[in-house]
Design a protein around this ligand. Structure first.
Ligand SMILES: C[S@@+](CC[C@H](N)C(=O)[O-])C[C@H]1O[C@@H](n2cnc3c(N)ncnc32)[C@H](O)[C@@H]1O
Length: 327
């Protein structure tokens, strides 16, 4: 077991860094609350009972909101912790900071629509499976809109994306005949508690993102994306074997392979996609597959994921799919 992080000064420094480097500009409330935690001996002592991996600001603040609602200000946070410290601690031990961002489908769509179909989609690190439904959402690429299909149109989100002029935008979504997800800790769209947790992972001021998430969950409840429990390092081949043989198998992931620490295991995963004869779509920070990034000329643009197909770079995308720059 990891050593409990008893050094409260290290925890305080982590919260100050989070406030200034992550929350600043995105969430004034999280910035304020994190600075408050950094200066509060009581809250630092509370956090010191956890191993360092569980002391992260995103986990603590989401756990508070999940248990007691969003604190209005630091005094409100203190009052909530007086009443709910035990429940917050329990939540921190059982939950993970795993987001699911359906907006990423806006950057996946042009890549998927360019493949000859019909498609069998297999997503690893699928969370609740909201990125497994790219054919069921609406899109607004500025000059071009794509309607959600009739069966989901009433509830589907319209995903907005600013795409560069060279992007081969599709006129219609791809034909998807099968979909399945794999996740080490899947979240069930049918579970009120799982979906409430996903919602609390969205930062308080990100209202548009929350609306998008809720709408995508409605779509997923109609369609059931089917995410199974499993590890992408061990369970991919067995799941891929259940895909229909007469469809093109596409194995994809967004913001996942960075969680697999060993480069050799990331590369082994990529090799398995090739052995399975699948098309492999990756959307990750560029250092996750350095051999793919090395095929590019010039430095990587800051703050963007690199999208590749079978290890060939094709586009840069903003982490929530709101920008797409074709290479
Ligand atoms: C940041 S979330 C991204 C979820 C989704 N791909 C998206 O873009 O919205 C990363 C997900 O990867 C899952 N994950 C991490 N390591 C994994 C592994 N070895 N096998 C399967 N899933 C894993 C986590 O449980 C989590 O749901």
């Amino acid at each position: 077991m990891e050593n409990p992080g008893s050094d409260t000064e290290l925890i305080a420094e982590r919260y100050r860094r989070f406030a200034e480097h992550e929350a600043r500009g995105s969430s004034p409330l999280y910035q304020d609350l994190s600075h408050h935690v950094a200066g509060s001996p009581g809250l630092l002592a509370f956090l010191a009972q956890f191993p360092s991996a569980l002391q992260q600001p995103n986990l603590f603040l989401a756990a508070v909101r999940h248990v007691a609602g969003t604190p209005r200000d630091p005094a409100d946070l203190d009052a909530m912790m007086v009443r709910h410290a035990e429940d917050v601690a329990r939540t921190m031990r059982v939950r993970r900071t795993q987001t699911n961002e359906p907006g990423r489908c806006a950057s996946l769509l042009p890549l998927l629509a360019a493949l000859p179909g019909p498609l069998a989609l297999l997503e690893v690190g699928a969370s609740a499976g909201l990125c497994l439904l790219p054919d069921l959402y609406g899109y607004d690429y500025g000059g071009l809109t794509i309607d959600a299909p009739e069966r989901t149109r009433a509830v589907a989100p319209v995903l907005r994306c600013q795409a560069s002029a060279e992007t081969p935008l599709p006129r219609r979504p791809p034909q998807v005949v099968w979909r399945a997800g794999l996740d080490i800790n899947p979240l069930a769209v049918e579970s009120t508690s799982d979906m409430a947790w996903l919602e609390t992972l969205v930062w308080p001021e990100q209202v548009g993102r929350l609306e998008r998430l809720r709408a995508a969950v409605e779509v997923a409840r109609l369609v059931s994306p089917g995410v199974r429990s499993g590890d992408l390092r061990r369970d991919l081949t067995a799941l891929a074997a259940t895909a229909p043989a007469d469809a093109r198998l596409v194995i994809f992931h967004t913001a996942v392979l960075g969680y697999v620490e060993a480069q050799s295991e990331r590369d082994a995963f990529a090799a398995t996609t090739a052995e399975l004869g699948a098309t492999w779509i990756s959307s990750e920070w560029p250092d996750v597959f350095p051999q793919t990034a090395a095929k590019l000329v010039g430095p990587a643009p800051a703050g963007l994921f690199l999208m590749s197909v079978d290890g060939v770079p094709v586009a840069w995308t903003a982490p929530h799919g709101q920008v797409l720059v074709w290479i």
